[in-house]
Structures are given as structure tokens and as C-alpha cells.
Design a protein around this ligand. Structure first.
Ligand SMILES: Cc1ncc(COP(=O)(O)O)c(C=O)c1O
Length: 351
């Protein structure tokens, strides 16, 4: 196993060079280098730049643009991303529009002459909507804009956006990549090296929102079991989606593994499997959703996703007044427990 290099500084040779290849921990460190190399290979990119959180990674991509540029983002973007664009970057002079990116006409209508970036997130939160990345890339390229994809939910095991023509992939490594709910991190992977990857590298070192050596070590350790964890997350999620979709106490299930799901065909084309996240709506709104969540015993009521333990969350109350999540919706991060136990827990909670 790789060691953990805690040194913050590295010795110069008599001629002033750095024989280790490193100078100061904010600019680079062996553990960060190892993680970045693994992430670039997994996504099929030329360069990976890691950060202290997913939000810091998103922030760097947006900071790599310039005031006066315009960004199109999905209507159902992760609420932190929407908040960054709507609150923070609006003051910085970055323009943003939100559109339904599963609808090509809506994307075309949102484009402006100064659109520099189309940000995608697929599958999305909390409706697990699937965006056709090839279709978005074609439209964005036609308008001279770059495309970014938040690939946190799918991971490179299920979806490789750079191969579909996307320019930039972003990850919250806090989720499936690390996979054990014990470390926070973020990453940006670019298809090519050039001005954008250099700017991201500069924002990492100068901005300083960097992951610690131990954080990098933990994410890399998690990645070693990524394929096996993802297979189990997906198999468990499919079992649960199948069961919930025929349950009389459930109004609607959002999971692209269901043939009736609007994202089914695109997911079958662009993903190796439909993922470990699903959501469902119960009749009776917030009160009934709270009741069901409280009755679950195996699912922990907590935010986040991608760990070994199954989680349940009422998104509308987490996201606050700007939420687009229905009051009766519960989001599930399906863990690695035995699927019979997960199904039994949901059945007793819905009784
Ligand atoms: C899709 C998605 N993107 C970005 C983030 C933000 O990542 P972090 O919490 O590591 O800052 C999250 C966190 O939940 C997420 O689910």
C-alpha cells in the first residue's frame, strides 16, 4: 500500500531544483499525485485536479470562466451548484440560466452568444432524470460552448462522459468514489491538457482548497473496490425499484432501471447500469413521507450518498423553499446490505 506523506515541504538540491518533484504541499504531494493519476485514467482524461470537496471542485470550474460569461445549468442541478451560480457567481458577473437539459429545445432556447459552458448532472437529484450527454455536447459545440458533467452519481464505472464528447468531468469524491462515508473531496478531470486544465491547476494551488494527503489516500483506497461496490449498489437498487413500483402505498418510483422510467432508453445507452440512487413518492405529502422515513429501521435518515449504509432523505425539507422536490418524495441511497433486508424494511415502513 502507498505510504501517507504528511510532509508539508520538500528539500531543494544544491542547484535549487526539487529532486522529489515536489516543493510545497499546497502545490503537490505524492498522495494527491497518485489519486489524480488514478482519476484521470478512470475517466479517460488527460489531467485530473483534486479539491477539498465537490463544491470546491465546482467552484474552480466556474472560476475558470470569466465575468460576463454565461452558463447553462440543469433545472434540477444539485442545490449547492444552483446556489453557487445563483448567489455567489451572480455577484461575480457570471450569468446563469437554468433549463431542462433532457429537452433539446429547452437547451437551445437557453443558449446566448456569450454561453461558454453547459453544465450537466446525470442522473439528477432527486428525480433521477437522465440527460443524453451526446445530444447536449452536439448542441453546446454548435454554440461554441464547453460541456461539463457532474459524474458523482454515476461514477466512471457506470458512465464515462469524456468518451461521449464532454470536455470536463466533475466529482464529489465524498460519495461513491471513496465509498465509505468517511472522507470529503472533489475532482475535476479534463479531456485535454491546455489553458483550462492549467487554470484549474493554478486555482487549486493558489486558491488552496486542496485535499489533505490522508484524504487522498482514503479516496484512492476506496477506488480499489469501486466496481464491486457499484455492482452491488445497482443490483440492490434494481430489486428495490422493482418492488416499490408495484407497491400499493407508492405513487411513483424514479429509477432509470425501470422500463417505464422516462430516462430508461438513454440510461441503457449511456450507462453500464442505472446506479444506486432512487427516489419514490408516497401519497399524503410531507406528513406521510416523514412517517415512512421515521419507521425505516435499516435505512439511516441522513443526507449524502454512496456509502455502504443505506440512507433515506426527505429532499424538500433539506433544500428549503426553492426546492423542486415534491413533498411526498423520499430519496434513497441504496447501500450494500442484503437486498432482502432492505426490501423487508421498506415493506414494514410502508405498511
Ligand atoms: C451531485 C452532487 N454534486 C456535488 C455535490 C457536492 O459535493 P461535496 O458535498 O463533496 O462538496 C454533491 C453532494 O451531495 C452531489 O450530490
Amino acid at each position: 500500500m502507498p505510504g501517507i506523506h504528511l510532509s508539508t515541504t520538500f528539500e531543494r538540491a544544491p542547484d535549487g531544483t526539487f529532486p522529489s518533484g515536489y516543493a510545497y504541499v499546497r502545490d503537490g504531494n505524492p498522495n494527491r499525485q497518485a489519486l489524480e493519476s488514478a482519476l484521470a485514467q478512470l475517466e479517460g482524461g488527460a489531467a485530473a485536479v483534486t479539491f477539498a470537496s465537490g463544491m470546491a471542485a465546482t467552484m474552480a470550474v466556474l472560476q475558470a470562466l470569466s465575468p460576463g460569461d454565461h452558463v447553462v445549468a440543469p433545472l434540477d442541478a444539485y442545490f449547492g451548484t444552483a446556489k453557487l451560480l445563483g448567489d455567489h457567481f451572480a455577484r461575480w458577473g457570471l450569468e446563469a440560466s437554468f433549463a431542462d437539459l433532457t429537452d433539446a429545445a429547452a437547451l437551445r432556447a437557453a443558449l446566448r452568444p456569450n454561453t461558454r459552458l453547459v453544465w450537466t448532472e446525470t442522473p439528477s437529484n432527486p428525480n433521477i432524470a437522465v440527460t443524453d450527454l451526446r445530444a447536449v455536447v452536439e448542441i453546446a459545440r454548435g454554440a461554441g460552448a464547453l460541456t461539463a458533467c457532474d459524474n458523482t452519481w454515476a461514477t466512471p464505472f457506470l458512465q464515462r462522459p469524456l468518451e461521449l464528447g464532454v470536455d470536463v468531468v466533475m466529482h464529489s469524491t465524498t460519495k461513491y468514489l471513496s465509498g465509505h462515508s468517511d472522507v470529503m473531496g472533489g475532482a475535476v478531470i479534463t479531456r485535454e491538457t491546455g489553458p483550462l486544465s492549467e487554470r484549474l491547476r493554478a486555482l487549486q494551488g493558489t486558491g488552496g482548497a486542496v485535499p489533505s494527503p490522508f484524504d487522498c489516500w482514503l479516496v484512492l483506497r476506496g477506488i480499489r473496490t469501486l466496481p464491486w461496490r457499484m455492482r452491488a449498489h445497482c443490483a440492490n437498487a434494481q430489486r428495490i425499484a422493482d418492488r416499490l413500483s408495484s407497491h400499493p402505498g407508492v405513487e411513483r418510483v424514479h429509477y432509470p432501471g425501470l422500463p417505464s422510467d422516462p430516462g430508461h432508453a438513454v440510461a441503457a445507452r449511456q450507462m453500464a447500469a442505472p446506479g444506486g440512487m432512487l427516489s419514490f413518492v408516497v401519497p399524503g405529502g410531507r406528513a406521510r413521507a416523514f412517517e415512512v422515513a421515521a419507521r425505516l429501521r435499516l435505512f439511516t435518515r441522513a443526507t449524502s450518498l454512496g456509502g455502504p449504509e443505506s440512507l433515506v432523505e426527505h429532499r424538500a425539507s433539506i433544500e428549503g423553499e426553492k426546492t423542486r422536490a415534491p413533498e411526498g418524495l423520499l430519496r434513497l441511497s441504496i447501500g450494500l446490505e442484503h437486498p432482502d433486508d432492505l426490501v423487508a424494511d421498506l415493506e414494514q415502513a410502508l405498511r
